[in-house]
Design a protein around this ligand. Structure first.
Ligand SMILES: *Cc1c(COP(=O)(O)O)cnc(C)c1O
Length: 360
């Protein structure tokens, strides 16, 4: 008997594992496992969301013109070169699906975002995993991995869960030395936390094969609403729009994102709080003897002695109702990725780990 068979690669996909959000028996759970903004979204965004309740019978705009205009105004970009999606994950799906398929290769780095190999297989392509150097994307290694089959290179900058950055000169070299038929994706989910970094705007501006992706899930505090955007050459945006569903974003999503992007005061306040608490958390972790790189995101990767010690520290945090992220699946069995919270939350993490160290 013949059977229904999924496309090649689909059954090789290991389902994405999100950060834990529940702890049995704990009432006052502090979730620091998904890099969410401790302050939540801008009050202006909350207000427009409430107003949208009376408009839910209306279909949304298909061209996202108002949101693209707002993003363009705030960032000084041509709105025609912007595309919006259901989280930046959807934009990553568009670009991998549009430019790669069976027989092709998609390069990502070993500590890159865990969605990258999933997205490659969703497109029917083969994910190619490249080593990093001291937890930083190694441009030489990426270039060495390029073959005639390479179609897309996915780079998170700052990286997750490392928090490290590729410096500008290396990014330019990567863009220069990649074959011109390969798409370079610069995933800028944490751009706003990395002072002075443009997210890859300049490279995307100048080159037909570079896509920058950004999100409303991290500094904008709207992870629950699912909104992201991308910036690339007009031709690439035209390609991506052809595989985008016309009603991919609701009016609720677009209105909230527009209000959020227009409230840059909120973004600045959140970035300042993060920088302050990130420095405090990094310093305290180092003092406790954990290895930490300087992070440019809204999280810190603490590396402990080994997997057993990471498990013990995680258990001590959970006993106090604190959820952080184990990152064994990102190649750090000895690691804990801790989202930077507000002052009180960061204090809770530091106190708990200090007591655990003293008891151990
Ligand atoms: C959180 C994150 C994203 C954002 O995903 P959304 O779909 O926009 O919520 C993208 N890339 C990386 C590396 C991330 O950590």
């Amino acid at each position: 008997m013949t059977q229904i068979v999924p496309q090649p690669g689909i059954m090789d996909i290991a389902l994405y594992q999100g950060g834990k959000s529940h702890l049995s028996g704990a009432a006052d759970v502090l979730k620091l496992s998904s890099n969410e903004n401790p302050l939540g979204p801008s009050p202006a965004a909350k207000q427009v969301i409430a107003a949208q309740v009376d408009l839910l019978h209306r279909y949304p705009s298909t061209d996202h013109a108002a949101l693209r205009l707002a993003i363009g105004e705030i960032h000084g970009l041509d709105p025609n070169r912007i595309i919006c999606g259901v989280g930046s994950d959807e934009l990553l799906q568009f670009v991998t699906q549009a430019y790669a398929g069976p027989g092709d290769e998609i390069i990502h780095t070993v500590h890159g975002f865990s969605m990258y190999p999933i997205l490659a297989r969703m497109a029917g392509a083969a994910p190619v995993c490249v080593p990093e150097k001291d937890r930083v994307v190694d441009v030489e290694a990426v270039l060495d991995a390029v073959t005639a089959r390479t179609r897309v290179v996915l780079i998170a900058n700052p990286g997750n869960p490392t928090g490290t950055m590729v410096d500008d000169a290396d990014l330019v070299r990567l863009a220069d030395d990649l074959p011109s038929n390969v798409v370079l994706v610069l995933d800028g989910a944490y751009t706003e936390f990395a002072e002075g970094y443009d997210g890859g705007v300049k490279l995307a501006d100048e080159r037909p094969n570079v896509l920058m992706t950004r999100t409303f899930s991290k500094i904008y505090g709207l992870g629950g609403l699912r909104i992201g955007w991308g910036y690339a050459a007009l031709e690439m945006i035209g390609v991506l729009n052809r595989i985008r569903q016309p009603f991919n974003l609701s009016e609720l999503q677009m209105a909230a994102a527009e209000a959020a992007v227009r409230d840059q005061g909120w973004v600045t306040d959140c970035a300042e709080l993060n920088a302050e608490q990130r420095a405090r958390l990094t310093g305290a972790l180092r003092q406790l003897g954990f290895a930490c790189d300087d992070s440019f995101g809204n999280f810190v990767l603490a590396r402990l002695a080994d997997e057993a010690e990471a498990a013990a520290a995680d258990a001590a945090l959970q006993a106090e109702g604190i959820l952080v992220r184990r990152v064994g699946s990102y190649g750090f069995p000895e690691g804990l990725r801790i989202t930077v919270g507000d002052a009180e939350q960061t204090g809770r993490v530091i106190d708990t780990l200090t007591r655990w160290r003293e008891a151990g």
